[in-house]
Ligand binder design. Sequence first.
Ligand code: NAD
Ligand SMILES: CC(C)[C@@H](O)CC[C@@H](C)[C@H]1CC[C@H]2[C@@H]3[C@H](O)C=C4C[C@@H](O)CC[C@]4(C)[C@H]3CC[C@]12C
Length: 441
Amino acid sequence: MPVDCQVATRGRCGSRGGGQRARGLGWAPFLERARREEKRAEGRRRCGGPASPGGSLSSGQRGRPGTVAAARMAACAEAPELVYLVTGGCGFLGEHVVRMLLEQEPRLRELRVFDLRLSPWLEELKTGPVQVTAIQGDVTQAHEVAAAVSGAHVVIHTAGVVDVFGRVSPETIYKVNVQGTQNVIEACVQMGTRFLVHTSSMEVVGPNIKGQPFHRGDEDTPYEAVHKHPYPQSKAQAERLVLEANGREVRGGLTLVTCALRPTGIYGEGHQIMRDFYRQGLRLGGRLFRAVPASVEHGRVYVGNVAWMHVLVARELEQRAALMGGQVYFCYDQSPYKSYEDFNMEFLGPCGLRLVGTRPLLPHWLLVLLTALNTLLQWLLRPLVLYAPLLNPYTLAMANTTFTVSTNKAQRHFGYKPLFSWEVSRARTILWLQGKEGSAQ
Ligand SMILES: NC(=O)c1ccc[n+]([C@@H]2O[C@H](COP(=O)([O-])OP(=O)(O)OC[C@H]3O[C@@H](n4cnc5c(N)ncnc54)[C@H](O)[C@@H]3O)[C@@H](O)[C@H]2O)c1
Ligand SMILES: CC(C)[C@@H](O)CC[C@@H](C)[C@H]1CC[C@H]2[C@@H]3[C@H](O)C=C4C[C@@H](O)CC[C@]4(C)[C@H]3CC[C@]12C
């Protein structure tokens, strides 16, 4: 679906009117936009929506289940009326969510992309029926979040600090992942936004600090979720906040409906860690050295399917609020269960890399010693340079602990089925790695 992009670059939180139009364009875009606006207004009149584009749907008009408005909304699905906000919309997952929404959500009128760092690709989104508003903002700043949420029907909250390599301080991880999530929740309550989809993580469950395997578990499998690392701790706290917020009254008297998705290890176009492995292999003459037994299985999921599940949940949350509200769903697909390293080789192999060793080349005790050395080096070098290798005590422990999920809860509750097969997911990831994006950056 073509989109109309208005990059709001004023200050921290742009607005529809304050955007900066693509430079060097003539009158054509403005006339085109006026024509689209008229078409949209006509659609609204026909469907009994708010006459003006800035107007918001009353709760009845939003189509509460079983009402005339719901039937009318269903009949007028082509009248795009909804405003979505995606926090972290310029991130690895966020970008795929943004693009998936533009392709798969016909009711979208405006898509707000909120991020600390706005990406150049936002500019590419050309004119079309959907207004894409880029908002440079910080989830730790409550007022910026509130301004971005104001008028939104749905918030998809993916923004977060994803760090298990010691690149970011524990304080910052907590501030962004926990306090930032609390700010999003409070903004929804204050602004009357009813639907919040949160990107949680498998790590909320495990692997735990005891290294206990989680083999083909589901959302109800008993497991001792005990964490010491700041990142999983922050994701567990954030998820708890989101689930506890379900049912809170929002401005306007209706209730907040929340849901948390727990992707396993995400891979696909834009995956930084995969890029790091690729470059490490290139530096080592096309070789990577096995550090983890092939028998240790890790669940992985293609980023396109994670984005699809977010779009589907956001779409179904209103109609199935009683069933889905306050629920968590693991997010995975048909990607094969393999060791982390063997799975990566599905993509790195076709790019010319080789994994040396059918078993770990170094004894485990030596790897543990190396991780301790890396930790010491990171601490000593911190005043001078950021040293954050892939191998540290946490990553070694994670890589050595089986964690795979098998569940149909998402399918039962809202009909989730992966949009991309394993073959397509693999091909797209290899293409990306082989292309300039994968090797140059
Ligand atoms: N990558 C994975 O394997 C994986 C797996 C499960 C869950 N997740 C979750 O998915 C979400 C996205 O992860 P990702 O892998 O795309 O990471 P990412 O770092 O690529 O994306 C995170 C985005 O959030 C933005 N952000 C960070 N701090 C912010 C702040 N203070 N205010 C506004 N924006 C801010 C970043 O700029 C970035 O664009 C995270 O919540 C993460 O915990 C990731
Ligand atoms: C150096 C070797 C020991 C190598 O095998 C280390 C692999 C290690 C970098 C990864 C092993 C498991 C990964 C994590 C897992 O896929 C799930 C995650 C949850 C998600 O929310 C964020 C990413 C991650 C923590 C992911 C990070 C890389 C690994 C630790």
